[in-house]
Design a protein around this ligand. Structure first.
Ligand code: HEM
Length: 124
């Protein structure tokens, strides 16, 4: 017999749209209060960033979304994002997942899908 959860997408297991929206809101709040990486976002359009980040995370988690925005390379090239900046954003993401009530194993599943994007984002 299949485990009841094993054929569910990560998107559904995380709690779907409400939880992923909460995650995006909490992450943006954390970035806004952060001294290390806020400067990268100082000129960003918050509404567009939230919308596109939601769609991107939704599709990364196999949810019912298709991210049609610019590629990770195109968006982040030239920003001069260093390894330490990337790791710092991962920390803010963990804090945001925590305050969104996402269970630890699901946090790890989502992170394991995001961390491989490291080489597309750290492009100097
Ligand atoms: C796995 C890690 C990451 C993912 C999945 C990711 C994803 C995204 C996505 C989907 C967007 C598009 C949002 C939009 O259209 O405005 C975006 C924009 C942006 N990202 Fe990332 N990102 C990551 C890491 C980082 C890091 C480490 C930094 C800097 C420390 C960063 C800085 C930015 C900035 C400043 C924008 C907004 C650009 C603009 O306003 O046009 N990202 N990111």
């Amino acid at each position: 017999l299949l485990d009841r959860d094993s054929n569910q997408t990560l998107f559904n297991r995380i709690g779907g749209q409400p939880v992923l929206e909460k995650l995006v809101n909490n992450l943006v709040k954390n970035i806004g209060q952060d001294d290390v990486i806020f400067h990268f976002f100082a000129d960003s359009n918050v509404t567009r960033f939230k919308d596109n980040l939601y769609i991107h995370l939704c599709s990364v988690a196999d949810g019912p979304c298709h991210y049609g925005g610019d590629s990770m390379v195109d968006i982040h090239t030239g920003m001069n994002i260093r390894e330490g900046d990337f790791n710092h954003l991962v920390e803010l993401m963990i804090t945001a997942m925590e305050s969104s009530g996402i269970a630890y194993p699901l946090q790890n599943e989502l992170l394991s899908r995001l961390v491989p994007l490291r080489n597309e984002i750290i492009k100097i």
